[in-house]
Design a protein around this ligand. Sequence first.
Ligand SMILES: NC(=O)c1ccc[n+]([C@@H]2O[C@H](COP(=O)([O-])OP(=O)(O)OC[C@H]3O[C@@H](n4cnc5c(N)ncnc54)[C@H](OP(=O)(O)O)[C@@H]3O)[C@@H](O)[C@H]2O)c1
Length: 320
Amino acid sequence: MKACIYNKYGPPNVVSIGKIEQPIPTENQVLVKVFASTVNRTDAGFRSAEYVISRLFSGLFYPKNKVLGSEFSGEIVAKGKNVIDFEIGDKVFGFDDKNFGSHAEFKTIDATECIAKIPQDIDLEEAAAIYEGSHYALCDIRAAKVERGQKVLVNGATGAIGSAAVQLLRYFGAEVTAVCDTKNISLVESLGANEVLDYTKVDFTQLKQEFDFVFDAVGKSSFSKCKKILKPNGIYISTELGTKGSNVYLALFTPWFSRKKVLFPIPYSNKEDILFLKKLVEEGHFKPVIDRTYKMDDIVEAYEYIETGMKTGNVILRIG
Ligand SMILES: NC(=O)c1ccc[n+]([C@@H]2O[C@H](COP(=O)([O-])OP(=O)(O)OC[C@H]3O[C@@H](n4cnc5c(N)ncnc54)[C@H](OP(=O)(O)O)[C@@H]3O)[C@@H](O)[C@H]2O)c1
């Protein structure tokens, strides 16, 4: 089968199109004919191995799995004998950041893992972009224990994580102030933000208001700068490690020494969350933001684009 293959860590051009053997499902797995995937920051992080810690999971010197692609949508074309939740012909979407493999024509995954039938009234391309950003957002919102009526600031409200965070926070009843560039103000308003700040005009860290939760979904701020806009028991979470991993150290120490805390939750993915997100899509509470679509052959260009750090929402990779 055709796949986007990488044999070493590095910049986008370590990935090339080639042929590998089509996977065969085990008795607990389904075989998905992939229609679309995304090219996202998770794929880019593992490909570049910029944070050496990722190599503990993906292989110390060389990548163990030669095909990236954490998100997928497509059709089930074969299944193992123990699989009862899916039938051949089902249209599905899912996420796999352990084995990846969605930047290929076929992918296998355990039926009990993060895979579900696509929501009603949504096409396969859109379905491919439901999970990655929103599960990071969900994990961080849960860690911050956001309650109805709380005031939350989201910086980077136009990324895959930020655009999902705004919608999920509104679903959970928070009052959301979102920060983005001038060109994205109307998009972020349409996601449900109560107030939208243009970062080319306003430095949100100098606001007079205080927030229960400051969520830097693009990792451009720091706890020290955001401290003064946090309420006395406020929470700060960033999606980046921070300078010299500061967000990790602060997450260890601030819960002991400060009422204002930094958290650094470890994201996890599971069946319950994908079914929850599917429900939110069906009920109209969440819609993935899609920036543009690349053909599989243009994988290097797609990586180069997302690594500008300026994509809006999600970038689709069309496989099928
Ligand atoms: N470690 C991991 O595995 C992992 C996985 C996923 C994500 N992440 C991290 O999470 C972050 C977000 O990823 P993502 O995929 O959601 O989005 P992304 O592609 O990194 O975010 C792009 C968005 O950030 C906004 N932005 C750029 N500079 C900004 C600034 N100075 N202030 C506010 N917004 C700014 C841009 O919107 P405007 O046009 O409005 O500026 C753009 O839409 C990244 O830092 C990424 O590395 C890490």
